[in-house]
Design a binder for this molecule. Structure first.
Ligand code: PMP
Length: 432
């Protein structure tokens, strides 16, 4: 259970002068990175590449974590606002989750067959997610997002898939934000519209009548290097109607937001009904697992789209997932994350104001995004995030952040104190 140290919080909240924290140094991190560069293409590839943060100001290699804190190879401790880019949701080393996973690991974990945990977790999810009649499991968000588009094609006999421009659905050729290795044909049947632009979406349905197999969308739009955009009033109802009226499969990519807005799925938070939804990240508190859940009408198509993998039946991640979601239900995890996220965002806005900065926040508080109001090139943001990170709170410079149920008011206050020092540095360096 997260503990709330309110006494310390009040005392800290009242203090005007934050105590300076020892600045992190990253020498071992750099040495590890140089070693990695010799044997791994890109050294640390993907979204965790140092090229995507501020080289020299962020940790590259972690050693261990506890609650919402983790440590790097230089021994620096961080309050984590990225939560492993989403998977950590109930705290690193959460004893409830670890106990459930450890029991299965000790017994064997991965067999020729699924274990009863697959049934138990499957029944639990189908019960939990109101529109779901069935579910499947895989390992990554990309696996289930791609698979869901194939189910849409199988069910409809159509080719086209619609997605929002700038949305992220994984690393497969139809949607990867990378360019390497792609051929034109990979995206020959992809169609795009701008988030919240119903006119643009309707135009695609008019232009390709009877040809759109599926529309895949995240519950809200969360591009990197930009504000998160919530659905405009009526957006989801209109998308659902367009899909229903044209026999198109509506796929909700809940990989990032799932279990942080509503434990039953983000469609409940926004009030609509997809045909399939995809989960990963927060589903098992860091154990490798993803899932897709769908309506009965798609069950035969789902059975016809081949789905398997080396580890896809492993017991430990399923046991971890069951324990993790039940634990969140027990503590009302979503409201804890919302409250902590709001405290952080409100605090940053307020402390920024004292330096003359208007900070712009967007997205739900449990998955918040913040930037400098006058920012045009993220330079201030990079310096700010780097200075806070050096002071022991991991702030990403251009990606949405993640809050966990393990964050406490004391953690938030400590991070706000570090942010105040960072605001002073930004002010000195950039002025307004
Ligand atoms: N969809 C969304 C919305 C995501 O945020 C991600 C991962 N960042 C994915 C799909 C892909 O998931 P994975 O990295 O597990 O393949």
């Amino acid at each position: 259970m997260p503990t709330k140290d309110t006494k310390k919080t009040d005392a800290k909240g009242a203090s005007k002068k934050p105590a300076s924290r020892k600045l992190a140094t990253f020498n071992k991190n750099r040495d590890y990175f140089l070693r990695a560069a010799k044997i791994f293409p890109g050294a640390i590839y993907g979204h965790q590449s140092p090229a995507l943060t501020v080289p020299g100001s962020f940790p590259y290699y972690a050693t261990h974590g506890k609650g919402c804190h983790y440590w790097d190879v230089d021994g620096n401790e961080f309050i984590d606002y990225m939560c492993a880019y989403g998977p950590m949701v109930t705290g690193y080393g959460n004893p409830v989750v670890e106990k459930a996973a450890a029991a299965e690991l000790a017994k064997g974990n991965c067999y020729n067959h699924p274990t009863p945990f697959m049934l138990e977790l499957g029944e639990f999810l189908v019960d939990l997610i109101p529109f779901a009649d069935w579910c499947v499991f895989a390992k990554n968000g990309s696996d289930v997002c791609t698979w869901a588009t194939l189910v849409a094609r199988e069910a409809t006999g159509r080719k086209k898939i619609v997605m929002a421009r700038g949305a992220y659905h994984g690393i497969h050729p139809w949607c990867t934000p990378g360019h390497g290795g792609l051929i034109e044909e990979d995206r020959a049947h992809m169609l795009y519209f701008n988030w919240n632009d119903l006119t643009g979406l309707r135009a695609l349905f008019d232009q390709y009548p009877g040809q759109i197999a599926g529309v895949i969308l995240t519950p809200f739009h969360h591009p990197a290097f930009g504000d998160s955009q919530m659905p405009a009033p009526g957006f989801w109802a209109a998308v659902q109607k367009l899909c229903n009226d044209s026999g198109t499969v509506l796929i909700l990519d809940d990989v990032r937001a799932g279990f942080r807005l509503d434990l039953r799925g983000s469609q409940e938070y926004f009030g609509f009904q997809p045909d399939i939804s995809c989960y990963c990240k927060a589903i098992a508190n860091g154990y490798p697992l993803s899932a897709a859940a769908g309506k009965d009408s798609l069950k035969t198509a789902a059975a016809n789209v081949f789905l398997t993998g080396s580890y896809w039946n492993s017991a430990a991640p399923m046991a971890a997932s069951l324990a993790n979601i039940k634990y969140m239900q027990q503590i009302d995890g979503v409201s804890i994350m919302m409250r902590m996220g709001q405290m952080l965002m409100d605090g940053l806005v307020e402390r920024g104001k004292a330096f003359g900065y208007e900070m712009i926040t967007s997205g739900p508080y449990s998955i918040p995004f913040i930037r400098f109001g006058k920012e045009t090139n993220f330079m201030r943001q990079q310096v700010f995030a780097a200075e806070v990170t050096k002071r022991g709170s991991f702030f990403h410079p251009h990606h949405n952040w993640f809050i966990s149920t393990a964050h406490t008011e004391a953690d938030i206050n400590q991070s706000l104190d570090s942010a105040e020092e960072a605001f002073a540095i930004v002010k000195k360096q950039f002025g307004d």
